[in-house]
Design a protein around this ligand. Structure first.
Ligand SMILES: Nc1ncnc2c1ncn2[C@@H]1O[C@H](COP(=O)(O)OP(=O)(O)O)[C@@H](O)[C@H]1O
Ligand SMILES: [Mg+2]
Length: 352
């Protein structure tokens, strides 16, 4: 691993616009938008695993898919190995070098294609190798991900969940990529199988020098696999830093809450929501003013509703950053009145 960034994401923005209808246009109404990703910046260093964590719906998949340009961005820039991904017309090289593994291998693998066809599709699309070479490559990939060449003609439904994810990983590896976005690759799997897939990803990274953006809703999953972690809340990154710093010395109240909600091994289950956070996640159609976390934050004060925190650097190198006023000793936050729970939970209604 080096300090050189392979991927540089700057102020990435992705809004989903509702179908704008004629009536709305006649009335001059702006189409409503979901601010799924709103000004996200980070880099992924060559050979590292960057974990991207946050509750369901906070914009993780949108971040991953937009930076791969599988979705068109609303704003911002992405640089991959020096190439501006959003401004180039020739994505061919980038499409080979940057791949994705999805959460649910059952819906991301075409049920009518055999494992062999699925894995060789990228080779066909990019015209890599001769017919015989492609067949050989597929067999080699099957074996490399822990399946056997004899399973080449099986269909997705004939595999277990973990095996299906292995097929998805083999497909992602087919073109010898440098970078893989792993979008919750183990979240849909039985706990007993998760570790096997994580180990496989780890081995492949060491063998091929891969760089990962590893997306998860569960902090405990990213702890062992990530070099650094970005914590996302409602379309923004609220804390970023080396994994040990994030776990041993969390700075943002949202990170703290996520850490408190990490389940014990015996109670973990897939798709579980964060339990200790009070209140619902606000809608990304109309995110809260100021700090977006202020409606659920135990430390929220008036300043948090009024003003948007910057990214404050917690160390001289700027490796650990947090978007919370509490990092600034002399911030006016400390003088501003607390927002008590009642006010925030039932804002605008009379108390009883
Ligand atoms: N195609 C889409 N059209 C409209 N809204 C979407 C679309 N995809 C995702 N969203 C919304 O964008 C937000 C972020 O979604 P997503 O990136 O899938 O979050 P995560 O991966 O963190 O669960 C959510 O509010 C989601 O409902
Ligand atoms: Mg997702």
């Amino acid at each position: 691993m080096t300090d050189d960034p392979l991927v540089r994401v700057e102020d990435l923005q992705k809004y989903y616009f509702e179908q704008d209808n004629l009536l709305d246009r006649l009335l001059g109404n702006e189409p409503e938008s979901v601010q799924a990703v709103d000004g996200v910046s980070f880099d992924v260093r060559e050979g590292e695993t960057l974990g991207l964590v946050g509750e369901s719906g906070c914009g993780k998949s949108t971040t991953g898919e937009t930076l791969l340009r599988l979705r068109e961005p609303t704003g911002g820039a992405v640089e991959f190995d020096g190439q501006n991904v959003f401004e180039t017309d020739d994505l061919n090289e980038f499409r080979k070098r940057a791949q994705v593994v999805f959460q649910d291998p059952f819906s991301s693998l075409d049920p009518r294609m055999t494992a062999g066809q699925i894995i060789r599709e990228p080779l066909d699309v990019h015209g890599v190798g001769t017919e015989a070479e492609r067949r050989e490559r597929v067999e080699e990939l099957l074996e490399r991900v822990g399946l056997s060449a004899g399973q080449v003609d099986r269909y997705p439904h004939e595999f277990s969940g973990g095996q299906r994810q292995r097929v998805g990983i083999a497909r992602a590896l087919a073109l010898e990529p440098d970078f893989i976005v792993c979008d919750e690759p183990v979240s849909a799997l039985d706990v007993s199988v998760q570790a096997q897939i994580l180990n496989l990803l780890d081995d492949l990274q060491a063998e091929f020098g891969l760089t990962y953006l590893f997306i998860a809703h569960d902090l405990s999953v990213v702890r062992h696999i990530s070099d650094r972690v970005a914590v996302m809340y409602l379309g923004e990154i609220v804390e970023f830093g080396p994994t040990e710093e994030i776990f041993e010395n969390p700075s943002h109240p949202y990170t703290e809450a996520l850490l408190e909600s990490v389940p014990r091994a015996d109670t973990s289950e897939q798709g579980r929501d964060v339990g200790t956070l009070s209140g619902d996640v606000p809608s990304p159609r109309d995110p809260p003013s100021g700090c977006r976390f202020h409606t659920r934050c135990p430390y929220a004060r008036e300043a948090c509703r009024a003003e948007t925190p910057a990214d404050y650097e917690l160390d001289a190198a700027g490796d650990h950053r947090s978007a919370c006023f509490r990092q600034v000793d002399d911030h006016e936050y400390w003088e501003s009145p607390p927002l008590d729970d009642g006010t925030r939970a039932v804002e605008g209604t009379a108390d009883d």
